[in-house]
Design a protein around this ligand. Structure first.
Ligand code: FAD
Length: 392
């Protein structure tokens, strides 16, 4: 409590800084990671150009082999050539915001606006390297995460935790469950597509819960009803919540089959009583129960759905980035189809195909490798070894 009070006090009394921005000086989580990188740039006098868009790579022929010698960019609207004596590291994110590429590579239906990522991640780095002869890998994979739309926000919100909590189900348009709601987000989206192939009504899906769940737990940006009752939900957040006095009315409101939903809820309420989800095993492993409610017995991920009003939230087949991209080697060098490296060209993060392949070992599988291969590539450039592949 004392720590929290000190932190609040420090924030509120930091008047000079608060006049500049609402963001605290004290950085935590991802902000502190990026803050550390920014600080390193400042202490080393490395310039940061904002409002500068990569348009293409500059490529020259050297003794019959192509070499990347810089980039063509647009800075404050004007085209600039940036020469790179040693090489270029592409780190422009994935292609999740490029609708045409989604249509071409990802399972359907797929919408750029379902993504929880920066809106400018349109695959520019991938395209530029492709023009220089780069090969692509894993293009049909995303870092999947179910998301919800909050109107007025440029990114959708990923739904990581609430699915595991007791007293909610996720159903398709037939009102049927198709997955363990508590499954890791990376497994959840493929399950949506698998069911959609069979039923044609799982993208989008619906998170359904009752008044008890609403009172106790958060859902997306909406805090538990005990803190944020329905009448106090800010307008853009309130839009995500469909509410009705009966399950039947809720189903009709959301376009879900009412009989299917009634059947599923009754079956799930039986599982809540026995503590065993006979259909999908929700709450039968430690991953599920990590996000469950330990106060709820016998299964911390299962509780009955029965108290009006009832709620539904639309869940899109979103992502926190695409997984496919440029083929690279262990030194982060970009490769051609024949496996040879393109001189002077490196790629990291979601611009490169993930070193994790189609799998997702856990949180950190994206930023960890991005940081690691960023270091490897920068080391190679600093040592003047670009394109030589020798990185210690
Ligand atoms: C809600 C959420 C939670 C996450 N949690 C985790 C987690 O716990 N652990 C983890 O490892 N990962 C997590 N991730 C994933 C992780 O944030 C991304 O995988 C990672 O940021 C990708 O890094 P990147 O550098 O490849 O791309 P990004 O961080 O997306 O950065 C790409 C940048 O390139 C810019 N850009 C695009 N095109 C151009 C162009 N032509 N010219 C100039 N700039 C351009 C974009 O504007 C953007 O700023 C999470 C993501 C989200 C959305």
């Amino acid at each position: 409590m004392g720590v929290a009070a000190r932190q609040f006090g420090r924030y509120w009394l930091d008047l000079g800084w608060r006049r500049r921005t609402a963001r605290d000086r004290r950085l935590t989580l991802g902000n502190s990671l990026v803050g550390g990188l920014r600080h390193a740039m400042m202490t080393r006098g490395i310039p940061l150009w904002l409002d500068t868009v990569l348009e293409d790579l500059l490529v020259e022929e050297h003794g019959g082999a192509a070499r990347v010698t810089g980039v063509l960019a647009r800075r404050h609207g004007a085209q600039v050539h940036i020469e790179a004596r040693r090489g270029v590291i592409l780190a422009a994110g994935g292609f999740e915001r490029n609708q045409a590429m989604r249509e071409q590579y990802l399972p359907h239906p797929s919408r750029a606006e379902w993504s929880a990522t920066p809106p400018h991640n349109t695959g520019d780095g991938i395209h530029a390297a492709q023009r220089a002869g780069a090969a692509l890998e894993l293009m049909s994979h995303v870092w999947g995460a179910p998301t919800v739309k909050v109107s007025g926000e440029e990114k959708q919100r990923a739904i990581f935790v609430e699915r595991a909590l007791p007293g909610c189900i996720v159903v398709n348009g037939q009102g049927r469950r198709f997955v363990n709601e508590a499954a890791p987000y990376s497994e959840f989206v493929p399950a949506m597509y698998r069911d959609h192939e069979q039923t044609g009504c799982s993208v989008p899906a619906w998170l359904v819960f009752d008044a008890t769940f609403r009172r106790k737990y958060p859902c997306g940006p909406i805090l538990p009803g005990s803190i944020m009752p329905d009448r106090r939900i800010p307008a853009p957040f309130a839009d995500i919540l469909l509410r009705a006095d009966s399950l039947d009315a809720l189903a009709r409101f959301a376009g879900i089959d009412p009989a299917g939903l009634a059947h599923t809820v009754s079956r799930m309420n039986g599982f809540a009583a026995s503590g065993v989800d006979e259909d999908f095993g929700k709450g039968d492993n430690v991953f599920d129960t990590y996000y469950g409610d330990t106060q709820v017995r016998p299964n911390p991920c299962l509780a009955p759905i029965g108290r009006a009003p009832f709620y539904a939230v639309r869940i899109d087949a979103g992502d926190i980035g695409t997984k496919g991209g440029l083929a690279t080697d262990a030194s982060a060098r970009v490769l051609r189809e024949d496996g040879s490296p393109i001189d002077g060209l490196f790629a990291i993060g979601n611009t490169s195909a993930s070193m994790m392949g189609a799998s997702y070992p856990g949180a950190g599988s994206t930023i960890g490798p991005a940081m690691t291969f960023g270091l490897i590539a920068a080391d190679a450039l600093a040592g003047g070894e670009a394109g030589q592949g020798q990185v210690d």
